[in-house]
Design a protein around this ligand. Sequence first.
Ligand code: 9D3
Length: 245
Amino acid sequence: MVFDILTIFPAMFESPLDESILGKARERGLIDVRVHNIRDYALDKHQMTDDRPFGGGEGMVMKPEPIVAALGAIKTDGPPARTILLSPQGRLFTQEIARELSGLSRIILICGRYEGVDERVADHFTDDQLSIGDYILTGGELAAMIIVDAVTRLIPGALGNAGSAGSDSFSEAVLEFPQYTRPQNFEGLTVPQVLLSGNHEIIRRWRRGQALLRTKIRRPDLFARLELSDEDLALLEAAREEARK
Ligand code: 9D3
């Protein structure tokens, strides 16, 4: 899978994509991330990528010509692409969208800066606009990295032995149960006894109750959409009871 990233800050992408799972996925040839500097496609002598907004107002707007020239240059070779603008006005990026994107052979991610990108880029040169959430970033670069990360781990072979993408939180829309490792006693803080019991059925039930309880408390939006079995309701009640102690 090919990711083409258009940005005026290509150096931001240097180390995050070289580490851990993303680095391994690149080494294995599962993904190819190509970072392109929009400034290289600015043809005026000052290599301007932004200008003042028509109609007045604060700040600067990214000019269309360098972005469209970059799109034209990179599209001449390689597989056909989905072109996505990262924007606070985009639709919300979710696990479902990550899954959809993981089935494509190529994605072009355009990162905006300043007050945004000239609307004609969104209207005529992109297929989609995505936001990663309701908070304000300084630009689209970190959002693009998040999309590369979430999509790459869904590509078969990307996770290696590190786990399976399918059984994660958000595929069932329940938060994960709490995890513990050694030592059993860390500065007087002990691991729940049930996990040391070796009884896998009791552990399964405890974990399910914990997962349901934290989903109810922390993510009432997800909890409201669950269809709970009678067993789930009993395990949730047991977890609430235990928490009250
Ligand atoms: C200071 C300018 N803002 C007025 C409140 C508008 C604004 C313009 C550009 C706010 C943020 C940005 C830069 N953000 C992105 O390019 C961006 C983003 C985000 O800010 N939040 C969540 N997802 C995304 S995707 C791209």
